[in-house]
Design a protein around this ligand. Structure first.
Ligand code: ATP
Ligand code: MG
Length: 262
């Protein structure tokens, strides 16, 4: 459990990096809307009467309605086992709802299979609590791998890599292996990997869960910077200090139900 008593240090994003990222995210976010007449144009995510029961009988979510607009920065809080990770998994299609409809970036997930689902997932950056870095690959390789797997050219990978590492403050660690990094640095690599493809939506599952107060704030500041240049951020957290020290909207999941808190 992290605790934060002091306000965050401001680590300004270099202006050239900010300008470049801003234009890329703007372009990514402006990609043409696909189908779904019911989806609101401003909604990045819409859940309508969504329930999720796992096969073993665990009911993770019950009749959840939620709209996350483009450009939002939303905290999802709630006790352990409440259904926070399940919510994120539903949003990027790792799990399917038992009932209800989910629309992400104007695409109804229930209608997406195979390639179409894979294409949507490319437009969603995911930061995992346990980082999921490839151990025998350097920081650069871990981040570049995502682009390489999506068929980006070497030139484009090169063009994106360093500004992204710079944004998370890891340009000097580009050639290090994950085991040579602190937990906070590994978490920042996982953020770089999630955003290097400039997705309009970023889902972060407990990104500060294993970090001390200072590192937690570094991560929050990075996510806020990404949000300030147009990316929609959804972050699950147990950390009441961080939630209270910021003014972002908050929803809470408790007993499988979701309510708006702030
Ligand atoms: N793959 C699964 N199979 C069966 N039950 C699951 C599965 N994943 C999660 N659950 C159950 O669903 C409920 C919600 O789990 P979830 O991981 O979404 O909680 P969480 O809010 O993220 O908790 P934490 O804060 O501990 O990460 C729990 O009761 C959990 O045991
Ligand atoms: Mg979880």
């Amino acid at each position: 459990m992290t605790s934060v008593a002091t306000p965050p240090r401001d680590r300004a994003l270099p202006k050239d990096v900010q300008a470049r990222l801003q234009s890329r995210f703007a372009a990514a976010a402006a990609q043409p809307a696909q189908t779904s007449e019911s989806a609101s144009a401003s909604a990045m995510v819409q859940l309508s009467s969504v329930s999720k029961d796992y096969r073993n009988g665990a009911q993770a979510l019950k009749n959840v309605n939620l709209q996350i607009n483009r450009g939002d920065f939303l905290f999802v809080t709630g006790p352990s086992g409440a259904g926070k990770s399940t919510l994120l998994k539903l949003l990027y299609g790792q799990e399917r709802p038992t009932a209800g409809e989910i629309v992400v970036n104007n695409q109804p997930l229930s209608k997406l299979r195979g390639n179409k689902l894979a294409l949507l997932r490319r437009r969603i950056g995911v930061v995992f609590q346990d980082y999921k870095l490839i151990p025998r690959r350097t920081v650069s390789e871990n981040v570049a791998f995502v682009l390489w797997a999506q068929g980006y050219t070497r030139k484009e990978i090169h063009r994106r890599l360093m500004p992204t590492l710079k944004m998370v403050g890891l340009q000097s660690k580009a050639d290090c292996f994950p085991e040579q990094l602190s937990g906070g640095e590994q978490q920042r690599v996982s953020i770089a990997r999630a955003v290097v493809g400039t997705p309009p939506l970023l889902l972060a599952d407990e990104p500060t869960g294993n970090l001390d107060a200072d590192n937690s704030w570094q991560v929050i500041k990075i996510l806020q910077k990404l949000n300030s240049i147009g990316i929609t951020v959804v972050i699950t957290t147990h950390d009441e200090h961080i939630v209270r020290a910021t003014e972002h909207p908050v929803v809470q999941i408790r007993n499988s139900s979701l309510r708006y808190v702030r």
